[in-house]
Design a protein around this ligand. Structure first.
Ligand code: ATP
Length: 260
């Protein structure tokens, strides 16, 4: 099986703060992982390392067969799609939705001096249409709702046809209809032939789309459990992860958590 990600004994600290401690994590092709854990568990930190945006203090990280620290990240990053609030926060309000998506091919934000060929423009429009956002192509970022922006962010992350797609809380801030539409779109992308391996960061089990296969539960920068999703999203593991007695139910591929 081809390895997509490999974390071996990965730790990260900033000053005296230990953010990640001895994380071992292996993602193989064909797997789609959910990273769950409470606020401050280290989910975003792990996803930024997996996206080659951050280097660990100790341990080894292999991304798409390349060792972080030895590979030129400028060559690696275009193979990874990343949608996160941090990235979205860097978009200038005057950019159109289309230019936010298009500029992903160049790893930049917004159309600057690059020239795009017709193929890129067609692909960007097709992605927006597939995410039910075709009508938003010419709208400026400042005038989009948070739900509309989430769909543009996802189209942008998909634009370079990534081998690995990392979504950091893609459904946060969405209303119920927006969340359900986004989850349906993600389930569809995931089920399509040749879909990229996906990592989804969330603290809400209700925001996990159908089709995810594995889970990594984190608390305080340490692994609580890692493995097939049904083995990780149990009452016992989720209770230990969030530090509160919780019951989990699963219905037609979706999970719900409530206080026990
Ligand atoms: N540069 C830094 N210096 C000190 N502490 C940091 C730094 N970056 C992150 N942290 C801390 O590391 C911990 C993990 O942060 P991270 O953003 O990865 O958590 P998270 O699980 O994604 O949380 P949330 O669900 O709230 O987004 C937090 O306690 C955070 O305050």
């Amino acid at each position: 099986m081809t390895s997509v990600l490999r974390f071996d004994d990965v730790s990260l600290h900033r000053g005296t703060t230990q953010i990640l401690s001895h994380v071992d994590w292996h993602v193989d092709e064909g797997q789609h992982w959910v990273l769950v854990g409470p606020n401050g568990a280290g989910k975003t930190t792990i996803s930024r390392i997996a996206a080659a945006r951050l280097f660990p203090s100790a341990g080894a990280v292999d991304i798409l067969g390349e060792r972080l620290g030895r590979v030129d990240v400028a060559e690696l990053r275009p193979r990874i799609g990343l949608a996160s609030a941090a990235l979205a926060g860097r978009v200038l309000g005057g950019e159109t939705a289309l230019s936010v998506v298009l500029s992903a091919s160049y790893g930049s934000i917004g159309v600057w001096r690059e020239e795009y060929d017709d193929f890129d423009v067609e692909r960007a429009r097709a992605l927006l249409t597939a995410l039910d956002a075709g009508h938003l192509a010419e709208r400026t970022w400042a005038n989009l709702s948070s739900g509309e922006r989430k769909r543009i962010e996802l189209a942008r992350a998909l634009m370079p046809d990534p081998e690995l797609l990392i979504l950091d809380e893609p459904a946060s801030g969405l209303d119920l209809a927006g969340r359900e539409q986004l989850l349906a779109a993600l389930a569809e992308i995931l089920a399509a032939p040749g879909a990229p391996s996906m990592l989804l960061v969330t603290h809400h089990l209700e925001e996990i789309p159908v089709g995810f296969t594995h889970g990594l539960a984190l608390r305080g920068g340490r692994t609580v459990a890692a493995g097939p999703l049904d083995a990780v999203l149990t009452g016992e593991v989720v209770t230990a992860t969030f530090g509160l007695p919780l019951e989990i139910t699963k219905d037609r591929g979706r999970y719900t958590a409530r206080g026990a």
